[in-house]
Design a protein around this ligand. Sequence first.
Ligand code: ADP
Ligand code: ASP
Ligand code: MG
Length: 445
Amino acid sequence: MSPLWHGSAQEKRTAGFGGVPGKKLARIVVKFGGTSVASVERIRQAARHVKREVDAGHEVIVVVSAMSGKTNELVGWVNEASPMHDAREYDAVVASGEQVTAGLMAIVLSEMGIQSRSFSGWQVPIRTDGAHGAARITEIDPTELNKRLEDGWVPVITGFQGISPNGRVTTLGRGGSDTSAVAVAAAVKADRCDIYTDVDGVYTTDPRIVPKAQRLTRISFEEMLEMASLGAKVLMIRSVEMAMAYKVPLLVRSSFDDPDAPQVAPDGTPGVPGTLVCDEDEIVEKQIVSGVTLAKAEAKITLRDVKDNPGVAAAIFGTLADQGIIVDMIVQNIADDGATTDITFTVPDSEYDKAVKTLQNAGDRIEYARLSGSKGGAKVSVVGVGMRSHAGVASSMFKALADKGINIQLITTSEIKTSVLIDEQYAELAVRALHTYYGLDKKDA
Ligand code: ADP
Ligand code: ASP
Ligand code: MG
């Protein structure tokens, strides 16, 4: 992975902190998601969390999302203007949501007596590649940020965006502000990156689906990565990858908590509330199953009697990849007759029509007898590092689903997760059943 920062600028920190001599002060990047900045009132509440950290003597950089619902509205306008729009103009429009909240946050912080200045991604600059709509951060120059921090300022940065090699505004993909925050934290060598959201941590499953879900005190980067990839949208996948690569401790916590209440860790000791995403060896008690996830709107496509020649899978999935279609689960049967086989895979519902057309138009590059498929699947997964050393998790999962009469259509596994594709109408039932089965339910709920 290429460096996100210019090495020399980093070594400056340690001096210029101000505050009480001998007291260990931290450099913290705090990120507020859409619901945490949904109105000027909510921005004021978020700013009080920032003020608490500043008053404690910490150096703080803020990263903000757009007000909740704003990005959806902007995307809607772009599609209304033209479904065939240029991706550069999509980015020009949808990046604007974060500019509003960054400016408002800087105004509110200044009003509280904290020197604050807003920065758009390009002003930092946060450099990205040129993949408009799904850009990846390549480099962040921390010089200006370090200088502001040393001078006692709180920079407020627009999440979700950067600048392409051609000097145009790019966006990082939905939920991308998490990634902006972690990248900035890596670039300025922050001690911690706090992700403030509308839940007070990472739960064993989405607490909106299972009220009995329990908050995890700690979760390993690997498990969090699986959970994010498998549908837990509390953190963007890329942000977890980056936190793992650059060893940035991530803390997921709620902006709805009283900013002035004593800071208490989940175990009741003084500390920081929320869920810490950290290295596996910092977790003493390892669960076999740490969480259950759900991803809806998964479409299934089956190609029957595919000519079983070397290179056939490469041809099918290469053709789809050329069209930018992301394939998830893949199952290939053994060719009984040695001549033909069946291949089934999943794509997001939104890509189903495009995937079918792409395969139908592939002509004689891919030889198969029939294509069938359907939208409306749900992928339910159980995740846990303990699976590495415990046999039987997959079979017990299948049994728990069978007991509820839920039919499994596809199965995939990795070292620390097992996923099944089922009919969407049973999705919530399956998540609740598995959550109970693995003893994850909160005791007093
Ligand atoms: P933000 O706007 O702050 O980025 P998101 O909506 O992207 O917030 O993510 C927070 C939401 O993630 C929560 O409201 C919750 O419904 C959902 N979520 C899904 N899975 C989990 C989980 N395992 N733990 C916590 N929250 C989860
Ligand atoms: N505002 C962007 C979105 O809604 C980025 C983010 O909130 O993280 O996807
Ligand atoms: Mg989010």
